[in-house]
Design a protein around this ligand. Structure first.
Ligand SMILES: Cc1cc2nc3c(=O)[nH]c(=O)nc-3n(C[C@H](O)[C@H](O)[C@H](O)COP(=O)(O)OP(=O)(O)OC[C@H]3O[C@@H](n4cnc5c(N)ncnc54)[C@H](O)[C@@H]3O)c2cc1C
Length: 818
């Protein structure tokens, strides 16, 4: 039986070839960042090479414009939906280098590595930068980065001057003396005021440094730092790693200026530091308590053996490639950072420990670093002397896991704020607007300055789409027209109270395979209703489309959120059962059935008509329920009680009667078995789904079925949560909404931002530009049409539906509702 099913499946697969559809040229681009969790579809990416190119691009674009440096910020800070990104990575190089004055001027797209390579031969080093040298100078300035330096702090402390391209294309110079409002606004301003073009930085001598380390209880660390580290002017780098999962001990590491000869002669580390040993180390550290124990007691003691002497530039030239895992599909490594007044360490650390432990955060470590106060940026994260707590952890990428990260992140932000501290903005935008306002009270002053130099609000990005102070008073329509790429924290918090809201994304694509069976059952019912002979139905091709759909959706789901083994097992059982059923049916109908058809009267026998009716009822039921819920027993009983035994075409009548009895009888038994198994394996599914929309108004009853789309709650002023019945009603409600309102945009469906839909269209159909074809194959019963599975971003769903409706060529059968 199994072998027969496999043979039918293979033959069917070959006879149902995929149809390549020409997708309309789509000039939009997906911009993503290092975690891959915040892809943003933008209209265009422009790569300027000169400051003049930047000025021209800025004057020419009406906005929105976002600015991209190395794109290592972790939440869409370099992008905004449908906007233009200025990708500054090609705008790099040294403009001026003065060894006597120890200053360098570079284009903002220059990476720290390039700066180091330029200054190292002159015996100089960067004064302040991050731990890794992969970032651009402009990206570092815009977040006002910091490193592990002692006696330093925010990067602005090493900046002499910048040039800034404003929204009208003007280029101005800004420093602490000249246009200080632009200087303190652009540095740490995340691209809100304009594009930082050139940057003049102070440099430091490239001294030799010797590493020392010790492990101590975190409770002793503040005294240790005040007594041993802070007063020692020879300490260049210093940080203390708090070990998870106990968070009781720190491993303090210092690099102290020395006159000893170097033990590592390389002056700068190689740029590619990816290696399987690094990947293995991070994987084992994040694979449970044992991994963390191994790190603490085996890996670190081995790594920190001896007291090597290196050049300062060597220690400041790590490359982020050393952190890159083999894949970020299912889980990803992420950073967060909290800045708390240094003396509040004894209050903040226990709170940090409690939150991380309560939420079982899979931390690699929390690195504690010191920073002196900021000289006056609007978005200063160190208004006073602080310790930075840099949390590096691993998280799953599923929507539910991401929501849980949002919950504990907000707790940590609250803890930092309550200690008089702040959180860092280049990471995931999970704070509430209220938390942002409390952490960064001078954001209002920054945006007052922005209104002066960028009145049309040209420059924006995901961060400012969510937190720009002004938008609090914006009109609700703003949300629909300029819907941020990310749902605001307030809306996510409100969603936490909705039972059964979030659903797994992995199953979504694969569900198409089950629907393919619905389509073939509908096609069969249609076939019989039209009086076509069952012997000519394309049974084998119908099996083939199942497997074709399965392979395409499996590969699509692998790249997003892979489904579990159970789902594949279930689909395998369904596929093979269907292949056996259709194979046997095809064999019988094309032999015995075809002979008996010769005896059938015009319009068929009563049994033929009965079979057509049963096929129709069955197709109707499986649109909403499992196939095994169809009562084949009742179909069998009615065949013998309701259909006359005698009539025209007696031979065909009795052939059908015998065949249908066998079919219904066998299916009744199989359905009982499967039904029992399914009832024990799965809880009954909910019959409604939720979607989050922006631009909704309660007067928007969607067409003839106003009760189908029900507003459950306002999540915040812009976003409404709607409940929709599943299946056909879901499709109809969305089609109706697409027809009626261009103002509404869907943000999420059941917590997911990608939606799939199927339909049939003529073979020469062009899919809408904002959709992606997952698979397309000839509809077995209508060779002139193709069945197509499209994936669409939720935010584009209604526009795509409106476009396909207007085109009139795609008949949408189903919108997958998770
Ligand atoms: C592995 C890792 C380690 C890190 N370690 C540290 C650390 O030790 N210390 C620290 O402080 N931070 C650290 N960060 C955060 C990092 O400093 C920021 O994400 C920084 O912005 C990255 O630089 P980038 O060139 O990738 O900037 P991007 O991510 O490209 O841009 C960041 C922001 O700056 C804006 N921007 C970029 N260029 C310009 C410009 N020329 N003019 C105006 N606006 C611009 C962008 O619009 C965006 O809002 C780390 C991040 C990662 C991923």
């Amino acid at each position: 039986m199994l072998l027969y099913g496999v043979v039918v499946s293979v033959v069917g697969f070959c006879r149902a070839p995929a149809v390549p559809l020409s997708v309309l040229p789509d000039s939009s681009v997906r911009v993503t960042e290092v975690t891959r969790m915040y892809p943003v579809r933008m209209a265009r990416v422009i790569t300027p090479h000169t400051a003049l190119d930047i000025a021209h691009a800025v004057s020419a674009a009406p906005g929105p414009i976002s600015i991209g440096g190395g794109r290592y910020s972790m939440g869409g800070q370099t992008a905004t939906p449908d906007g233009v990104q200025l990708d500054l990575r090609e705008f790099h190089g040294v403009v001026a280098f003065d060894t006597a004055a120890r200053t360098i001027t570079v284009h903002s797209g220059t990476r720290w590595r390039e700066v180091q390579e330029a200054i190292d031969p002159a015996g100089l080093a960067v004064k302040i930068m991050q731990t890794y040298n992969t970032f651009t100078v402009g990206g570092a300035l815009s977040v006002n980065a910091h490193g592990r330096y002692i006696g330093q702090g925010p990067l602005i402390r090493s900046v002499r001057a910048i040039t800034l391209v404003l929204a009208d294309g003007r280029v101005v110079t800004a420093s602490a003396q000249e246009h200080p409002e632009l200087f303190y606004g652009a540095i740490g301003g995340y691209g809100a005021l304009g594009v930082i073009a050139d940057v003049t930085l102070d440099l430091a001598p490239n001294s030799r440094v010797q590493r020392t380390d010790s492990t101590l209880p975190v409770t002793s660390y503040l005294n240790y730092f005040r007594a041993r580290i802070q007063p020692d002017t020879a300490v260049v780098f210093h940080n203390a790693d708090l070990y998870p999962p106990a968070y009781q001990e720190v491993h303090a590491v210092s690099y102290i200026e020395t006159t000893l000869p170097v033990t590592i002669p390389e002056r700068i580390q190689p740029s590619d530091q990816a290696s399987w040993t690094h990947r293995l180390a991070y994987k084992s550290i994040t694979s449970g308590r044992l991994g963390k124990w191994i790190r603490r007691h085996i890996l670190d003691p081995a790594m920190f053996r001896g007291n090597p002497v290196t050049w300062r530039n060597y220690e400041a030239s790590y490359d982020v490639s050393e952190l890159e895992p083999a894949s970020r599909d299912r889980s990803t490594y992420v950073l967060q950072e909290y800045f708390v007044p240094a003396d509040s360490l004894p209050v903040f650390v226990p709170r940090l420990r409690q939150i991380l432990q309560a939420h079982r955060v899979n931390a690699v470590n929390v690195s504690i670093r010191h920073a002196l106060a900021d000289p006056g940026t609007y978005l200063a994260w160190a208004p006073t002397e602080v310790f930075a707590y840099v949390l590096y952890y691993k998280q799953e990428t599923s929507p539910e896991a991401a929501r849980e990260v949002g919950r504990w992140t907000r707790e940590l932000i609250e803890a930092a704020i309550q200690c008089g501290g702040r959180y860092y903005l280049p990471y995931q935008p999970l704070a509430t607007r209220d938390q942002f306002a409390r952490a960064y009270p001078r954001a209002t002053a920054l945006f007052a300055e922005k209104r002066r130099v960028d009145p049309a609000n040209k420059f924006t990005n995901t961060l400012w789409d969510l937190y720009e102070p002004d938008r609090a008073g914006g009109v609700p329509d703003v949300a629909a027209a300029r819907m941020p790429a990310v749902l605001p924290a307030e809306a996510s918090i409100a969603l936490d109270t909705i039972q059964g809201y979030g659903r797994s994304e992995g199953a979504e694509y694969l569900t198409h395979t089950e629907w393919d069976l619905v389509y073939s059952s509908e096609a069969y019912a249609r076939w019989l209703r039209q009086g076509k002979p069952p012997s000519e139905f394309p049974y084998v091709q119908s099996v083939g489309t199942f497997w074709r759909g399965y392979l395409a959706t499996w590969s699509a789901s692998r790249a997003r959120a892979p489904a579990g083994f159970g789902k594949h097992l279930m689909l395998g059982v369904i596929g093979i059962s269907t292949a056996v059923e259709y194979g046997v049916k095809g064999l019988y109908e094309t032999t015995v059935g075809r002979l008996a058809e010769l005896n059938a009267p015009a319009g068929g026998t009563a049994e033929d008509r009965y079979a057509a009716q049963v096929a129709e009822d069955y197709a109707l039921l499986i649109n909403q329920k499992g196939w095994y819920e169809f009562s084949f027993r009742r179909a069998l009983v009615h065949l013998w009680t309701d259909v006359p035994w005698i009539g025209p075409g007696l031979l065909r009548k009795w052939e059908r009667r015998a065949w249908l009895s066998a079919e219904y009888g066998l299916k009744a038994m199989y359905a009982t078995l499967i039904g029992l198994g399914t009832a024990t394996a799965y809880a009954p599914d909910e019959l409604q789904r939720y979607l989050v929309v922006a631009g909704w108004s309660d007067s928007m009853a969607p067409g003839a079925t106003p009760d189908q789309l029900r507003r459950v709650a306002w999540l915040d002023r812009h976003y409404a949560l709607l409940a929709v019945p599943r299946y056909a009603a879901f499709r109809d409600a969305l089609l109706s909404l697409a027809r009626r309102s261009a103002r509404v945009r869907v943000a999420e469906i059941s917590g997911n931002t990608v939606v799939t839909l199927t339909g049939t269209a003529p073979r020469d159909w062009h899919p809408p530009a904002r959709s992606r074809v997952v698979v397309a194959y000839t509809a077995p019963d209508a060779p002139a049409r193709v069945r197509v599975l499209l994936a669409v971003d939720a935010r584009d769903l209604l526009a795509v539906l409106a476009e396909t409706e207007a085109g009139g060529q795609l008949r949408v059968d189903h919108i997958y509702d998770y």
